[in-house]
Ligand binder design. Structure first.
Ligand SMILES: Nc1ncnc2c1ncn2[C@@H]1O[C@H](COP(=O)(O)OP(=O)(O)OP(=O)(O)O)[C@@H](O)[C@H]1O
Length: 294
């Protein structure tokens, strides 16, 4: 079910168009990676969704409630890349403050403290927190209201490997609870681990990854079982170009995949699966943004 709807958003800074007719929908449980080079407009998009920017045109709604209506913020929360915390106050003060605004029970605050694992320091002033501890508090604040959608701007920055693993796990848990998550990050490896849905921003336009799947990508044929000749030998005999990686054969996209299958089946090789081989995200990024590294 669709939750957040962004319709035809346009945003300029002076004469410069930063967002151009951006439209999309975030559905329940979506985990979407938002990728683009520095200055591409990722933060501007998030800030525009949250009505922190005046946009030229377009609309943003959740459950048909506009982002111009304060009720919108019951359902959407933001994990900012900048650390907006009051250093004299404790972590608990922050949670209680937000809890007060939204009438949240103390038991929910306790639940979140344990879920995010900040119990040992939540009563200390934020000025004594490390960067990672502050990030954990921001994450706790972002889920306190049980939002339907969370926007995360560079959530992995400054986290140690343990915290990265924990945050990835938390994102997976939020996903299973049906929360839609839009994550802006430069960390392609982490993103690739979390989701297949990657959106690229380029020159103010949004490109969804479905558009980037290349019809010329090779197939991967996974095989199993024992056979007289090695798979390498079979492929060589068939004069079909191929690569073998463990028990997977990568086809040459200029040849029909059926030819490979015919040859394998004829020789008694068991086919476990046939998939379009997805380029890894770094390769997709390089080809989309025309990054040439000699
Ligand atoms: N307040 C502002 N006034 C004028 N131009 C701005 C302002 N904020 C952002 N911009 C410009 O808008 C464009 C998009 O910036 P934005 O911060 O959204 O990019 P980003 O993709 O989040 O970049 P990064 O990966 O570096 O965080 C950039 O060209 C930037 O210079």
């Amino acid at each position: 079910m669709s939750v957040l709807k962004v319709n035809h958003l346009n945003k300029n800074y002076g004469n410069k168009s930063v967002l151009q007719a951006i439209s999309f929908v975030i559905n329940e449980g979506d985990v979407i990676g938002l990728v683009g080079p520095n200055g591409a407009g990722k933060s501007t998009l998030m800030r525009s969704i949250l009505a922190l920017e005046n946009v030229e045109s377009g609309s943003v709604t959740i459950k048909d409630i506009s982002n111009r209506n304060p009720e919108f913020f019951k359902y959407v929360s933001f994990l900012p890349s900048d650390n907006y915390l009051y250093t004299q106050l404790t972590g608990y003060d922050h949670l209680a403050f937000v809890g007060n605004i939204y009438n949240i029970e103390k038991s929910r605050i306790d639940e979140v403290i344990d879920l995010i694992g900040i119990r040992t320091y939540v009563n200390q002033p934020v000025k004594s927190y490390s960067y990672g501890m502050r990030q954990h508090l921001l994450i706790a604040l972002s889920i306190l209201t049980k939002p339907l959608v969370i926007l995360m701007d560079e959530p992995f920055n400054g986290l140690d490997p343990t915290s990265i693993i924990e945050l990835k796990q938390l994102i997976r848990t939020l996903h299973t609870q049906g929360i839609g998550i839009l994550i802006s990050t430069h960390n392609l490896d982490i993103l690739e681990d979390l989701t297949n849905t990657i959106w690229f921003i380029k020159d103010g336009e949004l490109f969804k990854n479905e558009m980037l799947l290349d019809v010329n990508d090779p197939y991967q044929i996974e095989v199993s079982g024992s056979f007289e000749k090695t798979v390498e030998q079979l492929m060589t005999d068939s004069h079909l170009p191929f690569q073998v990686i463990e028990n997977r054969i990568l086809t040459d996209p200029t040849y029909d995949v059926e030819k490979y299958l015919e040859c394998l089946i004829k020789n008694g090789v068991q086919i476990k699966s046939v998939n379009k081989s997805k380029k890894n995200l770094e390769e997709m990024y390089k080809s989309f943004y025309e990054v040439n590294i000699p």
